[in-house]
Design a protein around this ligand. Structure first.
Ligand code: SF4
Ligand code: SF4
Length: 82
């Protein structure tokens, strides 16, 4: 079974580089990118807790899960065609 991966979207125009998200990520999985806005270090290490999203005072972060189920569904469809 493949492990869920999480995506991080940062609206860097809203980010003021306050560092809250880096400090509070329980997995220590965020680092400042080139422009100071956060980047994920390892998408597989993210638990999807969304703490970074909830704590960002500027609503600059969004976290969402990839949906491996969709890929599985497509595979199933492929199998059913004879
Ligand atoms: S908490 Fe929000 S504003 Fe602060 S560094 Fe992270 S993304 Fe930027
Ligand atoms: S969702 Fe949670 S684990 Fe993932 S980067 Fe944000 S704070 Fe860290």
């Amino acid at each position: 079974m493949s492990k869920a991966k999480f995506n991080l979207k940062v609206y860097s125009e809203r980010c003021k580089d306050c560092g809250i998200c880096f400090e509070f990520c329980p997995k220590n999985n965020l680092k400042p990118g080139k422009d100071g806005a956060p980047e994920m270090i390892d998408p597989e290490a993210c638990t999807g807790c969304k703490l970074c999203e909830y704590l960002c005072p500027d609503f600059a972060i969004q976290v969402w899960k990839d949906k491996p189920e969709e890929k599985e569904e497509q595979k199933e469809k492929g199998k059913s065609s004879r």
